[in-house]
Design a protein around this ligand. Structure first.
Ligand SMILES: CC(=O)N[C@H]1[C@@H](OP(=O)(O)OP(=O)(O)OC[C@H]2O[C@@H](n3ccc(=O)[nH]c3=O)[C@H](O)[C@@H]2O)O[C@H](CO)[C@@H](O)[C@@H]1O[C@H](C)C(=O)N[C@@H](C)C(=O)N[C@H](CCC(=O)O)C(=O)O
Ligand SMILES: Nc1ncnc2c1ncn2[C@@H]1O[C@H](COP(=O)(O)OP(=O)(O)OP(=O)(O)O)[C@@H](O)[C@H]1O
Length: 518
């Protein structure tokens, strides 16, 4: 999708120098000339005349800058001088400089949006969809959404996202577009990576939500260690006027302390299951939870929580007990954003999150779940939830089909093995999931090495994901559960640097069921 050209935005050399100086980012200027920039860009291939070009990125080459200048860039911003005669703004931190100047170029669009940022190891997308559905219903469709799945900027500007949190220059362009499309609210997922790489530098949020944190995203191209992962996530709280925290997360006290550094206690909302923490503001109580969704009660515990006027019963259309916590966080955001309880109740019955707890019911081969769970926390919670459902009915078998990606998140492999064993699934079919430059069979062997075979009925490897799904569904009997984990809505397999087309778990499962049952 191409966003329309926004012609009223610009920046000039002098204002760029002032801003960079104010933020302590400017080292020096070279070949100073006062230019008016009508475009900002970090990809040389997209440069037009009168562009301010940013030299950033691990794989950046001087040739890209030369190409940018050939195409009409009149100045560049970089951490080093390329001594090519062009006006240069040499900075201490290119990512911060790019975020700040892009924000200014697009006219600080977040000033016109009530921005809600959501972070957490698990549940960001789900919570964002709960919040955006409620806010859209309450604002007459004036809520933009930036999520791992889709970016939706209003007036039909909807496209698939490349990253969970976009690169800063793209982010501020999207926000400008959202404001120009008449959006008043914004819900966005804020990854820890986006703070590590300063993609959201200079963006202030009306609300920052911290859902949970568990071991993930540590490794090459991600965080050096868990402490850095936690630190980056906590930055959302330092950049938010109101903080919403799940009291039941690991490391809650540390996260609460981080929130209190910059946010007054009366602007911090604590939520969790009723009775779970002495300082709760809003409590949820699950009344029933099943494969079609959950019924739950929200109760204001403190004066601040009661003032949200959320007390009452809610029905969520998304299965998974953990989604009640996600929905509660979203309800707080929607209420602070001005949405009435009745509207939130109505919205929660309509939420659909692609690739999360998608259900395919069969006549003779049980129920198939397609879910994006791909790390210890999510696989364990998903399986625990499904097993709980299983106990309520006839005894049945659970088969899980999953793999783990190559060249990233390698700690997931032992973690997945552990989760599968702890939840004592009956059958595991290990398969391919974005192997990148690794051998999928070797990845599967690593997962397998961490499965306690005394606790898991049967473990096998089927390289082709389609065949693995077919094997699982074909063998399942009425009442059984088949879980296709990890890929969610992905319609590709990342193999050796290429996004190889793949129909997606849902499409494959539907084809298999149609073939088996006609
Ligand atoms: C390690 C990392 O985070 N890299 C991100 C970063 O790349 P980078 O700045 O190093 O840039 P690069 O890809 O090395 O390219 C070098 C530069 O040369 C420029 N170039 C390149 C070619 C050319 O012809 N001309 C040219 O000018 C490019 O525009 C770029 O500026 O900036 C790019 C956008 O500008 C991102 O696409 C890229 O994310 C990679 C692909 C990625 O997948 N990152 C993951 C880890 C990530 O960020 N994930 C989180 C979610 C995590 C979670 O689940 O919680 C996310 O927010 O999505
Ligand atoms: N609050 C939660 N706690 C634990 N697991 C959860 C929670 N919410 C969702 N999940 C599980 O995690 C999976 C991913 O959920 P979701 O996409 O909402 O999280 P995310 O934070 O956006 O994930 P990612 O960072 O991997 O994109 C779901 O499919 C579900 O299995």
């Amino acid at each position: 999708m191409t966003l329309q050209i926004i012609d009223q935005v610009h920046i000039d050399t002098n204002s760029a120098i002032s801003l960079l100086t104010e933020h302590g980012l400017l080292v020096r200027t070279e070949n100073y000339r006062q230019h008016f920039f009508y475009h900002v860009e970090y990809n040389s291939k997209l440069v037009q005349s009168e562009t301010l070009f940013f030299c950033k990125g691990a794989a950046f080459k001087e040739d890209y800058l030369n190409e940018a200048i050939d195409r009409g860039a009149t100045a560049y911003v970089a951490e080093q001088s390329y001594q090519n005669g062009a006006t240069a703004l040499i900075v201490t931190n290119i990512q911060r400089a790019m975020a700040l100047l892009s924000n200014a170029f697009y006219g600080f669009p977040s000033n016109d949006l009530f921005a809600i940022g959501i972070t957490g190891t698990k549940g960001k997308t789900s919570t964002a969809y709960f919040a955006a559905t409620a806010l859209n219903l309450g604002t007459d469709d004036r809520t933009a959404l930036i999520s791992t799945l889709n970016t939706s900027l209003g007036k039909g500007d909807v496209f698939k996202s490349k990253l969970t949190t976009p690169e800063s220059l793209d982010l501020f362009r999207y926000l400008r577009q959202a404001v120009d499309n008449g959006m008043t609210h914004l819900v966005m997922e804020v990854s820890s990576q986006s703070y590590l790489l300063d993609r959201v530098y200079s963006l202030h949020f009306g609300i920052g939500v911290f859902l949970n944190i568990s071991s993930d995203h540590v490794g090459q191209n991600e965080h050096p260690d868990f402490a850095n992962y936690l630190f980056c996530k906590e930055q959302l709280l330092l950049n938010s006027s109101v903080c919403v925290l799940n009291t039941q997360m690991d490391h809650f006290e540390e996260v609460y302390q981080a929130a209190k550094v910059s946010t007054a206690p009366d602007k911090i909302y604590l939520f969790g299951e009723a009775g779970s923490h002495p300082d709760l503001d809003l409590a949820y109580q699950i009344q029933s939870t099943g494969l079609a969704g959950s019924n739950f009660q929200l109760t204001g515990v403190s004066d601040r929580g009661s003032a949200l006027m959320l007390d009452g019963e809610y029905q969520s259309s998304v299965a998974g007990d953990y989604n009640v916590g996600n929905a509660t966080a979203a309800a707080i955001c929607a209420a602070i954003g001005g949405v009435k309880k009745k509207t939130i109740q109505e919205a929660f019955g309509q939420v659909h999150i692609a690739g999360r707890m998608e259900v395919i019911r069969t006549q003779e081969h049980g129920t198939v779940y397609v879910d994006y769970a791909h790390d210890y926390a999510s696989v364990k919670r998903l399986l625990a939830f499904l097993k709980d459902q299983q106990h309520q009915g006839e005894p049945s078998q659970i088969t899980v089909v999953l793999g783990a990606p190559g060249n990233k998140g390698v700690s997931r492999r032992p973690d997945l093995g552990k989760a599968l064993a702890e939840e004592r699934v009956n059958r595991v079919i290990l398969t391919t999931d974005d192997p990148a430059f690794e051998d999928p069979q070797a990845i599967a062997a690593e997962i397998d090495a961490h499965i306690d075979h005394d606790r898991v009925g049967q473990v096998e490897y089927v390289a082709d994901r389609r065949e693995a799904i077919e094997t699982a569904i074909q063998a399942a009997r009425a009442g059984d559960l088949v879980v296709l984990a990890g890929k969610g809505t992905d319609q590709y397999q990342k193999v050796a640097g290429v996004d190889t087309p793949y129909p997606g778990d849902i499409a494959v499962a539907r084809q298999v069921v149609a073939h088996l049952e006609g």
